[in-house]
Design a protein around this ligand. Structure first.
Ligand code: SAM
Length: 286
């Protein structure tokens, strides 16, 4: 295990609004010997804004493994290194995983400097359940792969969070409607922390239509949040569940009616059975 050596700082930077830069991030970026940046030109703009001069090393998806060796030897020599991405928290749909895991394996100290991340920023203000969520990153580009990828998480009860660009929003929202149904609440969080920050709410089909009709909504970056399964958003609403259950319970025992209603409405069989009991539609000895 490495006992000495430099420290690797993983530094979050703003996702649009430079006023979100933390004091600690500024101090660390000023003090370190090297800054590993996803795009050095982008990071240079940030550093110039804060009057920080630094030694920059490009570290992106295409050279991360090779550059990691150089950064690890800098740590070995006792030099401190900061890792930043273009925006937000490194490693979150951004480069850095190979470097951080190698630094950990070699026993270097790795210190996170927390700050903005688009997914947490969006979740904190979307109004969807936030006690459990699944972050999925970017959807695959091909339609069939994207649909398979969405189907795979159809049963997840937590809020689903996706990254997407405005240009591909309509295609992705249409696939959300097709694969997860259209009864879940969906939130589009666009241009967070920036001048044109917008939150749109609706079903996947409604939002696809709105974005398609309004070219402005196709600009910039966005986070798509989708209500998880079984949190009240999927399947039919309570009124429809009740209607279907009443019709079926007219000619079937409640357990069978609940099973069939579950298939028709997407609601859980047990909750439909309990609903049937509450409505006096049968039960034990039915
Ligand atoms: N590491 C970043 C983070 O912590 O959020 C994410 C980097 S990822 C390459 C870029 C994606 O994050 C964008 O395509 C978009 O989905 C999301 N994103 C980043 N900034 C955003 C913003 N200001 N508003 C909405 N979404 C944003």
């Amino acid at each position: 295990m490495q006992q000495s050596g430099g420290v690797l700082y993983v530094v979050a930077t703003p996702i649009g609004n430079l006023a979100d830069m933390t004091e600690r991030a500024r101090k660390v970026l000023t003090d370190v010997d090297l800054i590993a940046a996803e795009d050095t030109r982008q990071t240079l703009r940030l550093l110039n804004h804060f009057g920080i001069s630094a030694n920059l090393v490009a570290c992106h998806d295409h050279n991360e493994t090779r550059v990691s060796h150089r950064l690890l030897s800098a740590l070995e020599d006792g030099r401190d290194v900061a890792l930043v991405s273009d925006a937000g928290t490194p490693l979150i749909s951004d480069p850095g995983y190979s470097l951080v895991s190698a630094a950990r394996e070699q026993g270097f100290t790795v210190v996170p400097i927390p700050g903005p991340s688009a997914l947490i920023c969006a979740l904190s203000a979307a109004g969807l359940p936030s006690d459990r969520f699944l972050f999925l990153g970017f959807p695959p580009r091909s339609r069939s792969q994207r649909q398979a990828w969405l189907k795979d998480v159809a049963g997840e009860p937590g809020t689903l969070i996706l990254y997407e660009s405005g240009k591909r929003a309509v295609a992705t929202l249409s696939d959300v409607a097709e694969t997860l149904g259209d009864a879940r609440r969906v939130v589009l969080a666009r241009e967070l922390t920036k001048r044109f920050e917008t939150f749109l709410f609706g079903s996947a089909t409604e939002l696809a239509r709105r974005v398609e009709e309004d070219a402005e909504q196709q600009l910039g970056e966005l986070v798509i949040l989708i209500q998880g399964r079984g949190t009240g958003g999927d399947g039919a609403g309570r009124e429809e569940q009740e209607r279907v259950l009443r019709v079926l319970a007219d000619s079937l025992p409640l357990s069978q009616a609940a099973a069939l209603a579950a298939r028709l409405t997407g609601a859980k069989k047990n909750s439909l059975y309990r609903l049937g009991l509450d409505l006096g539609l049968g039960g034990e000895g039915e």
